[in-house]
Write a protein that binds this ligand. Structure first.
Ligand SMILES: [Zn+2]
Ligand SMILES: [Zn+2]
Length: 392
């Protein structure tokens, strides 16, 4: 293998979480209007295609950098969520941290990196099927504006789910009966620091948490997590400068630049928006409704329902194939393609666009980036380069 001079050796890569402050700091505009263009076809200020987030129309200039569609790289905006929501991708981590912390004095009761707990949990999960009731059943009433399949299919599904649920509950009960004697012996565990009794946590995927059977609101989870000291956060395996655990509960949602979700103009002259934009419209609408209800002093029950709906829309914005959650659909019934769906799998950005390339009248090969190549170059096998690509 040819080895050109090593220019840079990567020692390690550090991943971090965005703090709400960072999301707001890198944001070019706060997005508050659940709409895109006005009647004249011009982007609405504070709307989802606000020109501060970049432009896709060739005639317009970006208000942030002054560039036209081809020059502007696009800029992030943000939505301030009236109530925080749990980031779906971090459910497992939050669960592990909750279990590892005393809710009274916020000190650690477990002393190993969270990632170890999460990995152990995942291994156990593979063994036993999820015995928890399906969130989809529990939350059905909450996701009112998601179009459902026909009533018949739904009823059939329900019956099936109920049967499954009963079977699972039976299994779970059996498992519990086996486990119980062991747990009962010592009674409830106590915190070694403050001697208070430690609660039992339950995690109902993907985003619901229970403490001694009582559901925890995302704001309560955030308060618990932010009470953990920096030293303890380090002990859990995080670097508190780059990833405080409470940042896994979102207070501000980044809005991707316009050129990431361009609208297309149909032959009829009608504009059709990207799935991500549709989802963001839902999020802002519910966010506004929630705010209005809070300000009007609506009953807690209504507020919590709307809050859950906000959680649902944010969850499906990140991943519309989340287990136990009905996917958000178009009026046509087609599920929306949101962030995770763009990246994941054989047809996703990585495997489809980045590591496989086809060229007309030539072989197909796996291509790859390389620290030794410039950003505009890709690597292909030498044989393919020499034999199958004929310069014209
Ligand atoms: Zn720009
Ligand atoms: Zn304690």
């Amino acid at each position: 293998m040819m080895t050109p001079e090593m220019r840079k050796v990567i020692d390690r890569i550090k991943f971090s979480l965005f703090s709400p402050e960072l999301v707001r700091k890198m944001s070019a505009a706060k997005i508050t209007v659940p709409d895109t263009y006005d009647d004249d076809g011009y982007p609405i200020d504070g709307g989802l295609v606000d020109t501060r987030l970049g432009v896709v129309d060739p005639g317009l200039r970006c208000k942030t950098c002054g560039g036209r569609a081809k020059e502007c790289p696009g800029h992030f905006g943000h939505i301030d969520l009236v109530r925080p929501i749990v980031h779906v991708e971090f459910g497992k981590h939050i669960y592990a941290i909750l279990k590892a912390t005393c809710p009274h004095c916020k000190k650690l009761v477990a002393n190993k990196p969270i990632i170890a707990i999460v990995e152990k949990e995942e291994a156990e999960e593979d063994i036993k099927a999820d015995a928890a009731p399906h969130l989809a059943d529990v939350k059905e009433g909450a996701v009112g504006d998601v179009e459902h399949a026909s009533a018949e299919v739904e009823a059939e599904k329900k019956q099936k789910a109920e049967k499954e649920k009963a079977e699972k509950a039976e299994k779970a009960a059996a498992a519990k009966a086996e486990k119980k004697p062991k747990e009962k012996k010592g009674g409830k565990k106590k915190c070694p620091h403050c001697q208070m009794e430690l609660p039992e946590y339950k995690y109902l995927k993907p985003t619901a948490f229970y403490r001694d059977k009582e559901e925890l609101l995302p704001s309560e989870i955030r308060d618990l997590l932010s009470g953990i000291s920096d030293d303890d956060v380090r002990r859990l395996g995080f670097d508190p400068v780059y990833a405080r655990p409470e940042w896994m509960v979102l207070g501000a949602l980044p809005v991707p630049p316009v050129n990431v979700r361009p609208s297309i103009t149909l032959e009829t002259g009608e504009r059709s928006e990207d799935d991500l934009t549709h989802k963001l419209v839902d999020i802002i609408r519910i966010n506004q409704k929630l705010e209005a209800n809070i300000n009007a002093g609506a009953p807690q029950l209504i507020i919590e329902d709307l809050w859950e709906l906000l959680q649902y829309h944010c969850t499906t914005f990140f991943d519309n194939e989340t287990a136990n959650i009905p996917p958000a659909r178009h009026r046509s019934g087609r599920p929306l393609k949101t962030l995770a769906q763009r990246l994941k799998g054989k047809e996703g950005r990585f495997r489809y666009n980045l590591s496989g390339k086809r060229v007309n009248f030539s072989a197909r090969t796996v291509i790859s980036p390389d620290p030794m190549l410039s950003i505009a170059q890709v690597g292909i096998p030498k044989e393919i380069a020499e034999e199958l690509t004929i310069p014209i």
